[in-house]
Design a protein around this ligand. Sequence first.
Ligand SMILES: Cc1ncc(COP(=O)(O)O)c(C=O)c1O
Length: 381
Amino acid sequence: MECNPLCQELTSFRVMDVLERASELERQGRHIIHLEIGEPDFPTPAAVKAAAVAAIEAGHTHYTHSLGIPELREAIADHYHQEYGVVVDPERILVTPGTSPAMLLVFSLMLRPGQRVILTDPCYACYPNFLRFAGAVPHFVPLRPEAGFQLDVAAVREVLPDVAGILINSPANPTGVVLESRALKELADLGITVFSDEIYHGLVYTGRARSMLEFTDDCFVFNGFSKRYAMTGWRLGYVIAPERYVERLRTMQQNFFLCTSSIAQWAGVAALTQTAAEVEHMRAVYDERRHYLIARLQQLGFGIGVEPTGAFYVFADARHWTEDSVGFAFDVLERAGVGVAPGVDFGPSGEGFLRFSYANSVEHLEEGMLRLERYLAERRA
Ligand SMILES: Cc1ncc(COP(=O)(O)O)c(C=O)c1O
């Protein structure tokens, strides 16, 4: 039996190849500094773990309402009200096993074969695959390093009308860029569906990230607990959808996932209501690392045109060393023992760049930079 051609089109993530090779080297006894992974190194906050244990002990171990437990949906609505001043009816929120399944449901619901959806280039490497799997066609709008990787809405306008929507991500993976509010406002006025992935909200170091909901109610907002609350393994996310689509999303969830883990959902209530101090601590520590990493990479000769102010990534220009980011990343891994993500993983405009994650301790960052310095000196010699 032949596989579904839509699955055959899915591309794999080169950074996973880097990670797998790094694990092989570790099995052979090499010590590797992992700057390729976009995963918080902090433990999940204590109150979240305690809430999960309490949920198990209280017997919250069964299917929940398919949209999610009311307590969590209300806490999410309160969170959006407190952070952005927007009023969200909890009835518009669907809780999912991570942000990724929310995207799968929404794109399956909203997109038809052949429809074009705008993505930025570079962007999170899974986005094009989500769209292709829904039968849609990604249309890339390049982001220029000289423009600080900001989205040029004029370039978006040029590809209209024949476009179903745009998927944005601010703060962005891999660039760490926070979109200007002017751009969000202009996107809201374009008359196409805006899908806004807000998973890195809360990890912003200067200024603040604005929610798409501050500019229009007629959009889909994805968010989750993986990054801000260091809860990647809990698999908890959600989508805030326009009211008219919720019933269909609910039917899809009922059929495909039934509901999200009851335990993770109770943990999510605690994350939103009891972790302000810990979340602020993590943010402050990321910010220290960010300053360190930017300065050190610049000292080593990497180009960082505009300071990244969100998420936990620095997208560094290595084009005066290489036009082959995959080859360079593997060479750095083999010879220096440092894992980094090749820029081309995130789109053709990322070629010649490397993504460094600072979701790692300052000690590891220091050691990684020392190894990189030696590697570059050898390379020059
Ligand atoms: C931009 C972006 N969106 C979504 C995800 C996946 O999030 P989740 O763990 O909630 O599925 C990631 C993970 O790296 C990401 O970088």
